[in-house]
Every structure is written in structure tokens, then in C-alpha cells.
Write a protein that binds this ligand. Sequence first.
Ligand SMILES: [Zn+2]
Ligand SMILES: [Zn+2]
Length: 249
Amino acid sequence: MSSGSGGNSVYIEAEGKRILIDAGLSEKKLSQRIALIDRPLSGLDAVFATHEHSDHIRGIGPLLRKHQLSLFTTEGTYKKAYRSMGKLPGFNPIRAGQPVDFGELVVEPYATPHDAEESVAFVIHYRGLRLGIATDLGRVTQYVINKLQKLDALLIEANHDVDMLDAGPYPWVTKRRIKSDVGHLSNEACGELLSSVKHSGLRIVVLMHMSETNNHPELARITAQQALGHDSPKMIIAEQNHPTPLMLL
Ligand SMILES: [Zn+2]
Ligand SMILES: [Zn+2]
């Protein structure tokens, strides 16, 4: 429903089960965005959080209190985010490698190299379909590559163009953080990950968490397309200020 350093949120549904991954927008904005894809914000089965950075948890406290939902996240994220989220109706601890089931919809957390306490991303399984989410990753590791094999769809970070970041207005320490092993994936690193996980069954790729200051959608798209080669899957660029249309797998 939104992606970028200003706030991230991904909505997933399968046969009546409805979940949200991250709520980096206010409850009000989230309900406006989800209305644009003809869904209500009420009646969610679960809200997950990947890590404690504000662009992922900003709206979580008000959202969960309003709808009386509990949060699914790691102990590390919960501890770090507790203060900014405030008291929640409930907390379900999750761990990398331990899938959570909602009927046939299965959410599998995996650990990510990022400068957060116990950050995770997810692979979602439903009746043999696999959707991977890979954002807020400092680098491409073999573990991440292994987790993202045989996907039908992949939501992947293409955060910055290295030259634009270097030449851009961010302070030196922020640039160093973004480029570090626990920062964000550049377009090139996104391409490297795509070329390691591409296969004929990959039908949709969504470029995510794109910096408005340090990237250009066309640069990211070209790099990703080059990595995917011929017969590349459908490619969509997730935006900060508009929801991506619902995609059917
Ligand atoms: Zn982050
Ligand atoms: Zn982020």
C-alpha cells in the first residue's frame, strides 16, 4: 500500500485471511489507502512488523488499539519498538525460521542483515504459491538467496543508485549507513539478488523501498530488467504516495 523511506506497508489476502506486513503510515492514511484497493482496514487477521524503524511501525500502535489486534513480531523488535508503539492489545512473538499459520496461509519469517535489533523479512506460502518480501537488507547473503528460491512473486528492495547517493545531499554518516552491510540494497545489489533467484516460475517483481532522493525509478527498472534478462517477469514499482493495485497470483 506504500513503500519508501516515508512509510511501508504490504497487504496480503488469501481465501478470507487478511494480513498486513508493517504499518509505517498513520492509521488514517492506511485506511484511506486500503479503501483505494476496495478493502476495509477492519477485520485483519494479523499485523506483522519486520523491524523497529519508524518507516515500518509508525502507525502500528493506533492501528492495533483501534482494531484490538495483537502484533506479530520478534522479541527484539518488540523491545525496541515498545516505547514508540505504546501499549498494545497483544503480542505474539515470532522467530526467524518458525512459520506462523493462518489456515492455509503461512507466513515464514527469515532473518535480515539490517541495523535493527532482530529484523526479519517474510516468505508467504499459500497452496504451493510462494511470495517473497525482501526489503531493508544491507547485503545479499547466501541465506537470503536460499530463502528466496522458487518464488512466484518477489517484492524486493531497490533503495538507491550508488552514484546518486554519493553525489546527493545526505550527510556523510547517513550515506555510509545506507551503503553498509546492514543498510539498504542498491539497484546493483537488487540486480545481483534477482539474478540469483530468477527462474521461469517468477511472474511478478515489485521494486520496493525506493529512495525519492537517491534513486530514479527508470534506473532501478533498467538494472533489474538487465539482471532478469529475457522473458523477464511483470515488473511494478511500488510508490510512496499511492497504493500499488492488488495483484493476483
Ligand atoms: Zn530499516
Ligand atoms: Zn525501511
